[in-house]
Design a binder for this molecule. Structure first.
Ligand code: SF4
Length: 451
């Protein structure tokens, strides 16, 4: 208790480096909400930090090495200064746990994603007793219970809200079931309270987050129930959710698109491959036909609904035919934007020891896929010229001369405007476009009506 009090008088500064997905971004913000309680302020300056936290991601290639590289940088910066407390959080912390403390003595605390609520006690314990601490239990229930009592501090227009964590699907390439644990859904009312708090504090867009967000199920409350409740909040203009699994695109969720007034018409629904054979090898538990069924059902409800996806290129065993199936599938769906990566093995997963296909072939395939996705994005953005779009303005541009916002499809839009536009949905006429950004001028404040 005494030390807690002292910490707030000790000018404690924390530098948080975040790798990876939106879930990690949300977690980093929540970690800061927690450490603020014992007096930490955020800094963007390595030099003045006395606590350095790396929130890690295990999805991409060389995740572990990136962490050690980053610690190397911190070591250099602090060579002739007092060493900061070094904390590793996130999925690499969970997967590697004690091994990291052994390999890099510069690390002080290892805290897995389900133990963030214990971070303050761990820091204090470390300061008092100089003990290295590793916390990698799976207990999302007590984490969220603790977090629900701490204010979510953001100061933005759009906010993530985690509703679900973990995964029971065990795709053969993925570490999430091992690093985030089994599927867990937060209590329905706890989420609604957080949504209300966000709305009361100026948030206009809520992005519901989960590793398998559409698997949300709390005492028979589904994602569809959450969407319909949250959109009743008058301050909320937009609701989104990510990331979904095709298997969990249930009838009630598809139906929501008929009734919802605030659910955005963009669905990020990763398919990973256009080949049924590869989907089976990946243990994705859905087929291309399952995906197409969802696609056509939603298009029938609203033809303006668009899809984005993730693709793994060069999965072990991917033949030319499998790859061509992926190409044809991309052409068929016309994904509005997508992420594509070369397969890279993750230790501990089923695919970890499979024989890789030729590197040169994989790189060529990735280029083909990316070019196709790129062309599609450019073409779709060009089609928007002289059309009007609803744009939620998020902030001023860096030079403060214009404003930045997002269309219903998450595309960046730059508009002439000023501070007073922030937080408003504007109707904007698009004048120019490039691959990733649209440029337009405002027509007026929009009465948004979507989906
Ligand atoms: S559905 Fe598959 S890819 Fe998605 S988190 Fe679960 S195991 Fe990973």
């Amino acid at each position: 208790m005494g030390l807690k009090k002292n910490l707030s008088n000790m000018n404690q500064k924390i530098f948080i480096k975040t790798f990876g997905c939106q879930m990690n971004e949300y977690d980093s913000n929540r970690i800061f909400d927690i450490v603020k309680k014992i007096g930490y302020q955020k800094t963007e300056n390595y030099d003045e930090a006395n606590c350095y936290l790396i929130n890690t991601c295990h999805i991409r290639d060389k995740a572990k090495e990136k962490v050690y590289h980053e610690i190397g940088r911190v070591k250099k910066i602090f060579r002739s200064k007092k060493k900061p407390i070094v904390i590793i959080t996130g999925c690499v912390a969970q997967a590697e746990n004690r091994e990291m403390l052994k390999r890099e003595p510069y690390i002080d605390l290892i805290i897995g994603p389900q133990s963030y609520h214990k971070i303050n006690d761990s820091i204090i314990n470390h300061i008092e007793k100089k003990r290295k601490i590793e916390l990698t239990d799976f207990n999302p229930n007590s984490k969220f219970k603790y977090l629900s009592k701490i204010k979510n501090d953001f100061g933005k227009v759009s906010s993530f809200l985690t509703i679900q964590e973990g995964c029971d699907k065990f795709c053969h390439f993925c570490v999430v079931p091992y690093t985030r644990g089994p599927e867990y859904s937060r209590p329905f009312n706890q989420i609604l309270d957080e949504a209300k708090y966000l709305a009361d504090n100026g948030i206009k867009e809520i992005i519901l987050l989960g590793q398998n967000v559409n698997a949300y199920n709390y005492k028979n409350y589904k994602l569809s129930d959450l969407i319909l409740e949250i959109e009743k909040l008058p301050e909320i203009e937009r609701v989104r959710y990510t990331t979904s699994h095709p298997k969990d695109m249930t009838e009630d969720l598809v139906e929501v698109y008929k009734h919802s007034k605030k659910l955005m018409p963009l669905i990020h629904l990763p398919v990973q491959s256009g080949s049924n054979r590869i989907l089976k090898l990946m243990n994705r538990q859905h087929t291309i036909d399952d995906y197409l069924r969802v696609f056509y059902e939603l298009k029938e409800i609203n033809s303006k609904i668009e899809f984005s996806s993730d693709f793994i290129i060069g999965y072990p065993g991917e033949s030319t035919k499998d790859f061509n199936d992926t190409i044809n599938f991309i052409k068929r769906i016309n994904f509005i934007n997508s992420y594509s990566f070369i397969f890279s093995s993750r230790p501990g997963t089923v695919a970890a020891n499979l024989e890789l296909i030729d590197k040169k072939i994989t790189i060529e395939r990735l280029e083909k896929v990316q070019n196709l996705l790129f062309e599609n994005q450019v073409r779709m953005n060009k089609l928007l010229i002289n059309k009007s779009l609803n744009v939620l303005v998020e902030n001023l541009t860096e030079d403060k001369a214009q404003v930045f916002g997002r269309s219903e499809y998450m595309t960046s839009v730059i508009i002439d405007g000023n501070k007073s536009d922030i937080g408003k949905v504007l109707e904007v006429k698009i004048k120019q476009s490039n691959r990733s950004t649209l440029f337009g001028e405002k027509i007026n404040n929009s009465n948004q009506k979507v989906a």
